[in-house]
Design a binder for this molecule. Sequence first.
Ligand code: THU
Length: 143
Amino acid sequence: MTGSRESIVDAARRAARQAHAPYSGIHVGAALVAASGAVYRGNNVENAAYPLGNCAETSAIAVGVQAEGVAFRIAEIAVWATDRDGAVIAASPCGGCRQRIRELASGDSTAIHFPWQAGEIRTVTIAELLPFAFSLPSSQPSR
Ligand code: THU
């Protein structure tokens, strides 16, 4: 089940306000609609040991898995990001988060919404964002 694009983008915008981003100043929020219809949110959590920081998408996925366990799947996901001045910035998911979304997406057409140039909201599928995704042999089609 999916809601309106506006409502899930707004949930990502609200999640970004919770960011712990004292180093980059980039506040990122993610909100996803699970296949169950439930909405889960997350934000980036930075650390003084920089590589230990978590992306917002990763945080939202962790919340969903905690709530639903192995049944958890992503029907759609929105990302939002602002800079130090609070201005919206382009925020397509990073490469690592694309792989994480792919792993738990409902299918190839799982939608991802994010601000792009001039604050325009783009909607693309996970298959468009991460073509030729890595998967283990056990999940690959037989040859
Ligand atoms: N960040 C995310 O939360 N999601 C992404 O997809 C890319 C980057 C965060 C990580 C870091 O806290 C800040 O944005 C600047 O890189």
